[in-house]
Design a protein around this ligand. Structure first.
Ligand SMILES: Cc1ncc(CN)c(N)n1
Length: 216
C-alpha cells in the first residue's frame, strides 16, 4: 500500500508523536489519578488553547476550497462550542476554578508557544497548513484517548475528557481531517510539503510540552 501524506508526516514526527499519545498524563487520566491541582491547571490552560483552536477552525472554514469541506469543519465548530464548552464549565465548577482563571489566567510557557503557532498559522497559513495543525491537535488526542481501558474513571472530569476525544463522531472527524489533508497534500510541491512537515513536527512538540507542563 502506498504511504499517505499524513502517515508520511506522522512517521517523521517520531519519537515525539509516540511520546504524546502514550504520555504519563494520559495514563493518570485513565487511572483517575491526575492530582486535582494538575487537572485544574491543565484544563485552565487548555481552555485558552481551545479559544485559539476555535479561531483556527474558523480559518479552515474560510480557506476551504469546497462546500462539503466547510460542512465537515462546521460540524466540529458546533461540538467545540457546545458539548466541549459545557464540559469545561462543569469541570471548572467541580474544580473550584474562579472567574479570573476561566477568562484570563496567567499563561504557561507551553500555552504561549502553542498559541503563537496557532495564531501565526491562522494569519499566514494556507488551507493545507491550517489543516496540518488541526490534524496534529485532533489526531494525537484521538490516539491517546483510544488507549483508554473500557472501565473509565469514576470522576466525570477525567472520564468525560477521555470520551470527548474517543467517540464515533470524533473518530469520523479525525478520519475526515486526515483524508482532507491527504487530498490537499497531493497537489503540493516539495517546498510546501516540507513546510507542512515542519509545522506538523512543531505542533507535535507543542503537544508534548503541554502535557509535560502538567505532569507532576
Ligand atoms: C493541547 C490540546 N491539544 C488538542 C486538543 C484537542 N482538541 C486539546 N483540547 N488540547
Amino acid at each position: 500500500m502506498t504511504e499517505t501524506f499524513t502517515d508520511w508526516l506522522r512517521q517523521r514526527s517520531e519519537p515525539d508523536w509516540t511520546a504524546v499519545v502514550t504520555h504519563p498524563f494520559t495514563q493518570g487520566l485513565f487511572d483517575g489519578l491526575v492530582p486535582v491541582t494538575s487537572m485544574r491547571s491543565y484544563l485552565v490552560q487548555d481552555y485558552q488553547f481551545v479559544d485559539d483552536f476555535l479561531a483556527l477552525l474558523g480559518s479552515a472554514l474560510a480557506k476551504a476550497d469546497r462546500y462539503s469541506s466547510r460542512l465537515a469543519i462546521a460540524g466540529s465548530i458546533a461540538v467545540v462550542t457546545s458539548e466541549e464548552n459545557t464540559y469545561f464549565q462543569r469541570a471548572f465548577d467541580a474544580l473550584g476554578v474562579g472567574e479570573a482563571d476561566r477568562v484570563r489566567p496567567k499563561l504557561d510557557e507551553a500555552t504561549v508557544a502553542f498559541r503563537e503557532l496557532i495564531s501565526d498559522t491562522n494569519a499566514r497559513g494556507s488551507y493545507a497548513e491550517v489543516l496540518t495543525v488541526l490534524t496534529v491537535a485532533e489526531w494525537t488526542y484521538l490516539e491517546w484517548a483510544m488507549r483508554a481501558p473500557a472501565a473509565l474513571p469514576e470522576n466525570f472530569v477525567h472520564a468525560e475528557w477521555i470520551t470527548l476525544h474517543n467517540n464515533p463522531d470524533f473518530q469520523s472527524w479525525v478520519r475526515w481531517l486526515c483524508r482532507e489533508l491527504d487530498r490537499v497534500g497531493a497537489d503540493l510541491d516539495e517546498r510546501d510539503r516540507a513546510r507542512c512537515l515542519r509545522l506538523f513536527q512543531h505542533a507535535t512538540r507543542c503537544e508534548l510540552d503541554f502535557f509535560n507542563t502538567h505532569s507532576p
